[in-house]
Design a protein around this ligand. Structure first.
Ligand SMILES: *Cc1c(COP(=O)(O)O)cnc(C)c1O
Length: 428
C-alpha cells in the first residue's frame, strides 16, 4: 500500500489539521454540535456565506418586489448565467457552456430530449447497472416517449464485482446500435471515478454523443469537460456544493452544440435580449442558457452565490488534494485497523480511480450505521451493505476522521450494533 507511513496517534491527525491550507474554511460552516458529519456527499452543510446570500435575495424581494429582476446587488434575470460562469471552472468549461437551472433529473430529461436522436439501427441508449435509479427512470421514460421498449433499447453495462465498472467493457458496449451514452463520473455507491477522457474519446471516435452525471464529483474533483470534448453533463448542487436541500442544479453543453434546439423548450431558454419581446417564435440563447425551461427557483439558487465564492477562493485543485489525503487517511485506518472487524473497501484505492467518499462494505452495514448515528457520527447507508463516509475538504478535519474511526472501533469491539433492527430507514 503506497510508500507513505500510517500514524494512528491523535496528535498526528491534529498536526495534519494545523498544516492544512484549507483549514480556515471549516469555521465558515455550521457544524452540528458534538457530531461528526460524514454525509456531505448526500447533503452538504450550510455555510454562513450561503446563508447570507439567501438572505440577500429575500431582502431584495422584500425591498424591491418585481424590480428585483433587474436591480439590487444580484439581479435575478441573469443570475443563472452568472452562477453558471462561476461554476464553469469546477467542470473545466467556458462560462457560456454552463447554466444553473432545474434539478439533476429534469436536466437529464432535457439533455436526453435534446441529444437522443434514434435513427435506423442506432436506437439504443447505453448506461450501466450501477447507475443511479432516477437517471435510469429518466432514460426508460425517454425511450417510451419514442415508442421504444426500454427492455430492448436501454443497454446497461454489467459490473463484475457489484461495486465497480470496467472502462474496457463500457467501450466494448459502444456498438453501432448505440445512439446515446450516459454514465456517472463517480459512482454513487462505491465512489469509483471513471476515466472520463478515455470514455469520451472512445464515444467520439464512434460518433456517439456522450454525457456524464457529475453529482458525486462536482465540488470534489476537477474536470476538463471542454478539453475532453464531453457533449453534455448534469449535476446537483446540494451535495459537495452545499447549496441546500433541493438547491438548483447545473448543466453543461459543449459549445460545438450551441444552436441546437432544446428538446424541452421554455421562455427562459430564450436569447435574453429577445425574451420579453413575447414572440411565439422561439429564439434560443446561443449558450447553455438555451436549455433552461421556466422561471428560475431564485430562493433555491441564491445560496450558490456565497457557496461558489468559497470554491473560487479555495480552488478545486486544492480541494481535490485535501480530499485525497482525507480519504487516504480513512482508508489506511480501514486497512490497518478495521479489516479485522470484517470491513472491506468497496471503492478503488488509487487516487485517479476514487472520488470523494470511502465505501466500507460490511454485512452488518445497516445496523452499524444506526449505531454510528447514535454515537454522533453521521454516515449514510446504501443497500445492501455499503457504509459511505465522506470527509469533505472544506469542513472535515483529520481529527474528525480520527474520532469517527475511534467511535466505529468501539461499536465493533462492544458489538453494540447488535442492539439495532436490521431494517433501513425510509431515507437511508
Ligand atoms: C443525487 C443524485 C441524483 C439526484 O437527482 P435529483 O434530481 O436532484 O433528485 C441523481 N443522480 C445521481 C447520480 C445522484 O447522485
Amino acid at each position: 500500500m503506497g510508500t507513505h507511513s500510517f500514524n494512528p496517534s491523535k496528535s498526528y491527525a491534529e498536526e495534519l489539521d494545523r498544516n492544512d491550507p484549507l483549514g480556515r474554511f471549516r469555521q465558515e460552516f455550521y457544524l452540528p454540535e458534538g457530531r461528526i458529519y460524514l454525509d456531505g456527499n448526500s447533503l452538504g452543510l450550510l455555510s454562513r456565506r450561503a446563508e447570507r446570500s439567501l438572505q440577500q435575495v429575500i431582502a431584495a424581494w422584500r425591498d424591491l418586489g418585481i424590480d428585483g429582476w433587474t436591480e439590487g446587488e444580484q439581479p435575478w434575470f441573469d443570475l443563472s448565467e452568472r452562477l453558471g460562469a462561476m461554476m464553469a471552472p469546477l467542470v473545466g468549461a467556458d462560462p457560456e457552456e454552463v447554466i444553473v437551472t432545474g434539478s439533476t433529473t429534469v436536466n437529464l430529461h432535457q439533455m436526453v430530449a435534446t441529444f437522443y436522436r434514434p435513427r435506423g439501427k442506432r436506437t439504443k441508449i447505453l448506461a450501466d447497472v450501477l447507475n443511479f435509479p432516477s437517471d435510469i427512470y429518466a432514460l426508460q421514460s425517454q425511450l417510451r416517449l419514442h415508442g421504444l421498449d426500454p427492455e430492448e433499447h436501454l443497454v446497461r453495462v454489467p459490473s463484475r464485482d457489484g461495486n465497480t465498472l470496467d472502462e474496457e467493457e463500457i467501450i466494448a458496449a459502444m456498438t453501432d446500435e448505440v445512439a446515446l451514452i450516459l454514465l456517472p463520473s463517480v459512482l454513487y455507491r462505491s465512489g469509483q471515478l471513471l476515466d472520463i477522457p478515455r470514455l469520451a474519446r472512445a464515444a467520439r471516435v464512434r460518433g456517439i454523443p456522450i454525457g456524464f452525471d457529475l453529482c458525486h464529483s462536482i465540488g470534489a474533483i476537477p474536470h476538463a469537460l471542454s478539453e475532453w470534448e464531453v457533449d453534455f453533463a448534469v449535476w446537483c448542487t446540494y451535495k459537495y456544493l452545499n447549496s441546500g436541500p433541493g438547491g438548483t442544479a447545473g448543466l453543461f453543453v459543449n459549445r460545438k452544440h450551441f444552436g441546437r434546439l432544446p428538446g424541452l423548450a421554455g421562455w427562459f431558454g430564450s436569447d435574453k435580449a429577445k425574451q420579453f419581446d413575447m414572440e411565439h417564435r422561439f429564439t434560443p440563447a446561443r449558450t447553455a442558457g438555451a436549455y433552461q425551461i421556466g422561471t428560475p427557483n431564485l430562493l433555491s439558487t441564491a445560496p450558490l452565490i456565497g457557496s461558489l465564492e468559497m470554491f473560487a477562493e479555495a480552488g478545486i485543485e486544492r480541494i481535490r488534494e485535501k480530499s485525497l489525503r482525507l480519504t487516504r487517511y480513512l482508508m489506511d485506518w480501514a486497512e490497518k485497523e478495521l479489516s479485522k472487524y470484517g470491513f472491506a473497501l468497496g471503492n478503488p484505492t488509487e487516487d485517479r480511480r476514487r472520488g470523494g467518499h470511502v465505501a466500507l462494505i460490511h454485512e452488518e452495514a445497516v445496523r452499524i450505521c444506526k449505531a454510528l448515528k447514535d454515537e454522533g457520527v453521521i454516515p449514510d447507508f446504501r443497500a445492501p451493505d455499503v457504509i459511505r463516509l465522506a470527509p469533505v475538504a472544506l469542513y472535515t478535519s483529520f481529527a474528525d476522521v480520527w474520532e469517527a474511526v475511534q467511535r466505529l472501533r468501539r461499536i465493533m469491539e462492544e458489538k453494540s450494533y447488535e442492539r439495532y433492527e436490521k431494517k433501513r430507514g425510509v431515507v437511508a
